[in-house]
Design a protein around this ligand. Sequence first.
Ligand SMILES: Cc1ncc(COP(=O)(O)O)c(C=O)c1O
Length: 308
Amino acid sequence: MNPADTIWMNGEFVPWEDAKVHVLTHALHYGTGVFEGIRAYETERGSAIFRHGDHLERLEQSARLYYMELPHPREQLREATHELISRNGFRSCYIRPLVFRGAGPMGLNPLENEVESVIAVWEWGAYLGEEGKQKGVRGKVSSWRRISPDSLIPHAKASGQYLNSVLAKIESLKAGYEEAILLDDKGYVCEGTGENVFVVKDGVICTPPQTAGILDGINRKSVMQIARDLGYELVERNVARAELAMADEVFLTGTAAELTPLCEIDDLEIGPPGPVTREIQQVFDDALHGRAPQYREWLDVVPVPSKA
Ligand SMILES: Cc1ncc(COP(=O)(O)O)c(C=O)c1O
């Protein structure tokens, strides 16, 4: 991770080292924040943010589900992100907007605490590694189940909810694997710690449905469209644990991990990335980098600042 010079905080651009909060920030104690993970890629047309509008829409929805309003309109957050990328001189970077309950009354009622917002950017390679993207990673089904919709909100990308992913990630790393796969509360395959899951069998691609407690990934939606456009049959249905090991191919999608194949699950070989994964990965990579004209509308090009 390469830090930037400047962070956007509550409407102002501040130096990286000055972007600080009070120790009694509500979100620090109770996890009352919502956030996004977004990426900008270098393209022929300049730095371009992948599905920026969709990410900001999900941010607003996550905030709403936790009874917060975005303190700044989406368009302002979009423009602030453009300026932040330009000011930091990045061509490609990871973007992290965070909206959270700030310092104020302590206790579980957050409604009197002001809603604050920050946007940070930094240079960041693939979450599961470049080699992982090429050769695949080793996964382990976690002993932790994914948060269920009757106690939290899987559809929201909320800070406190990520304790679930953190526990699963630590468990898998300590056991010598690169990623955890969480089952949902009913025992079906749900997702990775920060990725959605796709299983390929006999040319048909399956992915768990919205009702399986997934975060409805923006890369998931993109890959579903790409797969259908390529002519594959794509089905959203519950996936049983054993289907992972019996699959011809398994791959994960997410902003941080992009499209990363799974080569092994619970010490059972799935195999090196197969032809379906490879084909979709190539088109997806072209879409991210502005090389696929049919998906150009997914890119929000960062305007080049005019020289005053
Ligand atoms: C728990 C979880 N599931 C799935 C995803 C994939 O979502 P997206 O493709 O929007 O990055 C993420 C990453 O944001 C995540 O944190």
